[in-house]
Design a protein around this ligand. Structure first.
Ligand code: ATR
Length: 298
């Protein structure tokens, strides 16, 4: 159980900017980490309307915030106000973490490193693997970037809306010449023929997320090969139908909690300069996920 924190006149502030943010797990995760390390820091929810993004960023600077996480729907909107962008933020076209230093805004995307660290934790090295990424939204962009940067042999993007998938692949292929990025539209047939061509499947769609927990991006009548690793970015519920079926088929699975925790840990380390207490952060998320509030987001 996290220790109680007390605020002082010197408390350093960070938060999460989004609309809405009421169901974010990040305040619980970061405040548990601050308490664990005895840091005089606090992490607050920052509900910001879409029209108020610029004002909100100016406000954070004026109020001497150290930084903030950025979530839906502001991840793209904040980019134009950054003084510097990390390579991941630039290539994925999204910022989920801002660090304010000497009045300057530094924009990062910690989803990509968070995803890679969650694979590493599960003893999965993407180098040389042939990956299939389901989805072409913001989360998929971070995953494709991460896989390409980590030296995956090939990345196939499968998406319901074909143009969006093609757009992602074109963008990322330009950033990683020679990474063998290819595109296929998400259809039952294309999944069926993937069998011999993939080692890792990542669900980056929102299919299977609460409240639609009976849905899976993988059709029930297409077998899930036991030699393939199946990874789901959805963490609410932790055991999605996608992962449950993969497990039942004898395949290795990786759930979405690792990415959530590791993207938060990387932001924590940027802000505080201290190693993040990963297990404490994971437990804080688990406690909230099990706490009965089903309307949870990052
Ligand atoms: P995020 O930023 O979390 O990735 P997003 O940008 O809204 O969220 O992307 C959601 C992804 O899930 C998209 O790839 C979306 O497919 P489309 O591009 O066709 O919209 C995918 N998705 C959502 N609901 C889906 C469904 N019922 N079936 C298949 N794909 C779905």
């Amino acid at each position: 159980m996290a220790k109680l924190q007390s605020l002082t006149g010197k408390t350093s502030l960070v938060g999460v900017m989004g609309w809405p943010v009421a169901h974010s797990l990040s305040p619980a995760m970061h405040n548990a980490a601050f308490a664990e390390l005895g840091l005089d820091w606090a992490y607050v929810p920052l509900p910001v309307r879409p029209d108020d993004v610029e004002q909100a960023l100016k406000g954070l600077a004026a109020l001497n915030f150290v930084g903030t996480n950025v979530t839906v729907p502001h991840k793209q909107a904040v980019m134009r106000y950054m003084d510097e962008l990390s390579q991941a933020a630039r290539i994925t076209g999204a910022v989920n973490t801002i660090h304010l230093q000497d009045g300057k805004f530094y924009g990062y995307n910690t989803d990509a490193i968070g995803f890679l660290n969650s694979l590493k934790e599960a003893n999965c090295d993407p180098k040389g693997l042939r990956a299939a990424v389901l989805g072409a939204g913001g989360a998929a962009r971070a995953v494709v970037f991460a896989l390409a940067r980590a030296g995956a042999d090939s990345v196939i993007v499968l998406n319901r809306t074909a143009e969006r998938g093609a757009f992602l692949v074109d963008d990322l292929a330009a950033a990683f010449p020679g990474s063998h990025l290819t595109f296929a539209a998400l259809t039952l047939e294309s999944l069926a023929v993937l069998d011999e061509k993939i080692d890792l499947v990542v669900n980056s769609t929102s299919v299977g997320m609460h409240p639609h927990i009976d849905a899976s991006p993988w059709p029930a009548d297409v077998p899930m090969p036991a030699r393939v690793i199946f990874c789901d970015l959805v963490y609410n519920p932790l055991e999605t139908v996608f992962l449950a079926r993969a497990r039942a088929a004898g395949a290795a699975t990786i759930d979405g909690l690792g990415m959530l925790v590791h993207q938060g840990a990387y932001a924590f380390e940027k802000w505080t300069g201290q190693p993040a207490p990963i297990e404490v952060m994971r437990q804080a998320c688990l406690t909230n996920l099990k706490g009965g509030d089903k309307e949870i987001s990052d």
